[in-house]
Design a binder for this molecule. Sequence first.
Ligand SMILES: Nc1ncnc2c1ncn2[C@@H]1O[C@H](COP(=O)(O)OP(=O)(O)OP(=O)(O)O)[C@@H](O)[C@H]1O
Length: 245
Amino acid sequence: MDSTTPSSEFTLIDTHGFKKNKKVKRVLPDWLAKPTVVSVDLKHLEVPIDGIPELDPALVQKLKNKGCTHFFPVQNQLVPWIIKTQKHWDYRWLRDLCISAPTGSGKTLSYVLPIIQTLKTFSRHQLRALIVLPTKDLAAQVYKVFLYYIKNAFDLRVLLLESKNMTLEKEKERIVQYDSSIGWIDLVDIIVTTPGRLVDHLYYTEGFSLKNLRFLVLDEADSFTNILQNEWLHKVNDSLGSLHK
Ligand SMILES: Nc1ncnc2c1ncn2[C@@H]1O[C@H](COP(=O)(O)OP(=O)(O)OP(=O)(O)O)[C@@H](O)[C@H]1O
């Protein structure tokens, strides 16, 4: 063959691997394919504010003080469900929840109340709930809700991680403490934060650990869909105790 003329023939070395792959049907996970649909009608509320027996009377009183007379549907479904399943929280398949409900339908209280109810009894402070929100303002709002329901009623400590008013080093002193006989001890039970500040602590705060976490709430989770900005989720996942993943 003339070396300047390109060959128009191909030699087939192996046909293996050229088979057409069978098309796989797209399958949604069960929880997405068969969701529990909750009413969004806030005009005809069925469960009065003292109608969830699992809730501590102090929480009910605080709801009443806020002028709440009935639970919103999403709360009515979630509050008793979360409290009950937390009694068997080692059954990991029972625990994960994905909630989609319109703005103003009461999602915040649907996790704040069962978290407080579940964590209120404990032997020592341990970081057991982590709430992550996409912005500092939203984090501050949710922090205030926790504060209101905890204040003067429960011995729970909630902390807002905020880069606005505090250095990382100062904040660290409010999260963990070193005890020469025990080692690192947690100073808080609940942390409300944004992803950035959380990752800072995961990297730089010695003794900061998620291994005792029972609740991980990603509020406004749809705003966490940008994969490039979601490295923090891997970092959080790596930091969870193996039992809690
Ligand atoms: N059962 C209730 N009765 C009366 N008001 C309530 C009740 N539950 C929540 N609210 C009030 O309704 C408002 C909206 O609630 P919330 O912020 O929890 O909604 P949301 O679903 O989280 O909204 P978003 O999607 O904007 O975060 C708040 O002011 C809250 O205090």
